[in-house]
Ligand binder design. Sequence first.
Ligand code: HEM
Ligand code: HEM
Length: 200
Amino acid sequence: MVFHKHQKNSRAPHSSQETYVWDILVRTFHWLLVLLFFIAYISEDHFLTIHAWTGYSITLLLIIRIIWGFIGPRHARFSDFIFPKITVIQFLKDTLSFRAKRYLGHNPAGAVMVFALIFALIVTICCGLILFGIEEGRGPLATTLSETSHIWGDIFEALHEFFAHSTLILIAIHVSGVLVESLINNENLTASMLNGYKKK
Ligand code: HEM
Ligand code: HEM
């Protein structure tokens, strides 16, 4: 079956106008990340153990996604969405005038957002781990930080809160960007992140 041979690394398209873009790992990563971020955000007050575990789970997700960024299929690879600064600026200008070029993988602005979100999550989690160790005497850094002054606990609490809220702002921009691009190109990007397919 010659047809199957050519389909080895991609699933059969829903129709001849569609192509498989987001593999199962990227999609699972994305929606688990959304769920865990939401749980982390609402659990901080009364459910600190759950809160810490959502952080550990997000860490695991990020590690897997970063490895996938080097070895995964074309559109999952970081090399597919590293754009020069000028391309990002031009893309944003074109978006403002509703003339932005369509990309099958991440567009230049979306790509910057992917890196910003990953970075913001890492910093938020690191500050949370330090805070957990100093103020609660718990987590993997508890022993190392057991003698640390509570002033540092206050500083890391403020930093953790600041980065958690900054991540939330980035998410709001991210979702707005997804909606705007979906409108401009008359496609449903969220559905593509669910089923993996985009129109060609
Ligand atoms: C992306 C993941 C995370 C998000 C979105 C997040 C978000 C938040 C937010 C919004 C607060 C409230 C800040 C405040 O009002 O002072 C908080 C508090 C806190 N977080 Fe996180 N956090 C995350 C991960 C973690 C991790 C991995 C740990 C530790 C293992 C952690 C430990 C703490 C601690 C100890 C507090 C203080 C809770 C309290 O005293 O009420 N967080 N977090
Ligand atoms: C319900 C709200 C959300 C929707 C509708 C949404 C939608 C999407 C879509 C459509 C993409 C692909 C963008 C493209 O076509 O280039 C994407 C990518 C991404 N989103 Fe979201 N998103 C949401 C919430 C979030 C949240 C809460 C986070 C972080 C905590 C997040 C992090 C990411 C990341 C890291 C990527 C890159 C995926 C990858 O390449 O692995 N998203 N999102």
